[in-house]
Design a protein. Structure first.
Length: 121
């Protein structure tokens, strides 16, 4: 799952594909949502393929580190962290809904695995 919304960053780079990387819970304090933003869904697929190829190569060589054997790739990723109110049961789907409620993500659309990203500006 991901969401699509064109956002132009302060450095001029336009990102259109956003995915929740993690939801970290600080007990009784807050939830921290890590969001990765890519210039396109294709660039996310490029990153994913490179990481999977690297892991396969490392496993074939007997390595087990998560990024062992990482294959070089050229993908721009803007990582953002958001503090949400504490919610012990927050799921990834809940995190997407929380992000979509932010003013900068107003109008964002869901992108499910295998779906194309809308090209609307």
């Amino acid at each position: 799952m991901a969401i699509s919304k064109k956002i132009t960053l302060a450095n001029g780079v336009a990102v259109n594909y956003h995915r929740v990387v993690s939801v970290n819970t600080v007990t009784n304090v807050s939830n921290i949502i890590e969001l990765a933003s890519y210039t396109s869904k294709a660039k996310r697929a490029e990153e994913k393929a490179a990481l999977e190829a690297g892991r396969a190569a490392a496993a074939a060589e007997g390595g087990d580190a998560p990024n062992a054997g990482a294959v070089e790739h050229d993908v721009f990723i803007q990582t953002s962290y958001f503090n949400a109110d504490y919610d012990q049961g927050m799921t990834i789907v809940d995190a997407y809904e929380w992000v979509k409620a932010l003013p900068e993500f107003e109008g964002a659309t869901d992108v499910l695995e295998g779906e194309e990203v809308p090209t609307a500006e």
